[in-house]
Design a protein around this ligand. Sequence first.
Ligand SMILES: [Ca+2]
Ligand SMILES: [Ca+2]
Ligand SMILES: [Ca+2]
Length: 227
Amino acid sequence: MRASYPTGPAGGNSINGGHLCSPSAIGTLRDAEITAPRATPAVAETAASNNVILLYSGISRSKSLNGGNTGDWNREHVWAKSHGDFGTSTGPGTDLHHLRPEDVRVNSIRDNKDFDNGGSSFTDSGGSRTDSDSFEPRDAVKGDVARMILYMAVRYEGTDGWPDLEPNDSVTNGSAPYHGRLSVLKQWHEQDPPSAIEKRRNDVIHTSYQHNRNPFIDHPEWVEAIW
Ligand SMILES: [Ca+2]
Ligand SMILES: [Ca+2]
Ligand SMILES: [Ca+2]
């Protein structure tokens, strides 16, 4: 670990591991997020209380439409779970700091691609783009995505049975425990700083679920200090 930040109890992210991977946990978080102060620049990220905002597409969809069929939303691992092959069991596979709801089809388009600028839009892209080897999220969540990836890099250091996850500047990482591209993620982090809702989500995960924090939401300057 290269940065000092509150990690909560040892094995903190195994707490309530059974709940962390459930749609209800994501739905509950969304409920909590909408109680954030209204006077924020992040209005577009809010949803009706029975809805979730899909990360890349920006669509507001009923949280009851969780599933695997067209028109449903499912659980997106922003750090692609094949990068380190950690699967969906407790650990990085259930770490709420990088889990978001996404449209089933859009989720499959993102696949396990690294993040980079470029590509074309697609149906329900919401401004996100993709090409053969990378994915570019819509502007409103570019920084969110960057901070999720960088959180995973400092949270998982290979000392607790999980892979040592690290960012690099590649878009051909495949199943290696790396995620790119660091230089682009740093730009996105600068251009889309933490919003009130993102901060609120960090608080709710800390207080009610995992009892640890994304340090780069609390201290954006630590990104440049580390990388
Ligand atoms: Ca590309
Ligand atoms: Ca944002
Ligand atoms: Ca690491």
